[in-house]
Design a binder for this molecule. Structure first.
Ligand code: HPA
Length: 277
């Protein structure tokens, strides 16, 4: 089943039929919101709000591990995350969509793996993930292609069909936040090859991969990053832009759910092969 992680400005799937709501507790703590099971044209999706009720979880305190584990518990094996970003690349304009294909991690204090060797949590289940955790294994996953190529491709076909402006590829820089970046930081990140900057895309992407889920991110450019435009940055600008794009995002999600192939033809499900020490 597909799971959708809603970021800033996307707290619900308004036009989907709600079929169940789960308040879960996981071995990795409580997720930031309930997991909502929804249906659209006979296809089931699960939804979780990254920032929770009333946007009460700041980026550095989002329980990323619990959120993905909760999605796993309801049967999610593919994830599409929606995230507001600032643009570093000068060709990317507010309102554009970006299907990023790699990341730079500039976070500082986040639990970014499930696999903590002898310190791993014990969990229920008997799949490979549960075995690695319960046996206390050390695991190094490959992130040469961290964003699912199949989801990115099919999502790009949907965006093209809808006639929406998008960029197929780009490097996502994740900063710790919750403050915005300085002008000097953005200059540095531009030199390092970053195209967009956000505060929540990492460790979400690698945690999903550790659970052998497919994961892709629909980034929405909300503002030019610090110093790219002369204006100071505000949360109002970010949330305002996301509100403007709300209808388009909902249309994309509906079309995507209809369009996504049932079978997984990518390699994401094999992410743990050869990863165990
Ligand atoms: N920086 C970091 N995160 C963001 C930005 C930004 O400029 N815009 C939206 N999320």
């Amino acid at each position: 089943m597909l799971g959708i992680i809603g970021g800033s400005g996307l707290y619900n799937l308004e036009e989907f039929k709600l079929t169940g709501s789960f308040s879960l507790n996981t071995p990795f703590g409580k997720p930031s919101s309930e997991v909502k099971l929804c249906e659209y044209e006979g296809r089931k999706v699960a939804f979780i709000s990254r920032h929770g009720e009333g946007h009460s979880y700041p980026p550095h305190l989002v329980p990323y591990r619990a959120n993905l584990w909760a999605l796993r518990e309801v049967g999610v094996n593919r994830v599409l995350a929606v995230s507001a970003v600032g643009s570093i690349n000068r060709d990317y304009k507010p309102g554009d969509f970006v299907l990023v294909d790699s990341f730079l991690d500039f976070t500082k204090e986040r639990a970014s793996t499930y696999y903590e060797g002898r310190f791993s949590k014990k969990v229920e289940g008997n799949d490979e993930v549960a075995r690695l955790l319960n046996e206390g294994k050390v695991v190094h996953i490959d992130v040469s292609e961290p964003y699912c190529p199949q989801i990115r491709k099919e999502l790009s076909e949907v965006l093209r069909k809808l006639g929406l402006e998008f960029h197929y590829g780009g490097v996502y820089v994740c900063t710790e936040g919750p403050r915005f970046e300085s002008v000097a930081e953005i200059k540095m990140l531009e030199k390092l090859g970053g195209d967009v900057v956000g505060m929540t895309g990492y460790p979400e992407v690698v945690l999903a991969r550790e659970l052998t889920m497919c994961y892709a991110s629909l980034c929405v450019v909300a503002n030019p990053a610090a110093g790219i435009s002369q204006n100071r940055l505000t949360s109002d600008e970010v949330i305002g832009l996301m509100k403007n794009r709300e209808k388009d995002i909902e249309t994309i999600l509906k079309e995507f759910i209809r369009y996504l192939s049932e079978s997984r033809t990518c390699g994401c499900k094999n992410a743990l092969e050869g990863a165990e020490v």
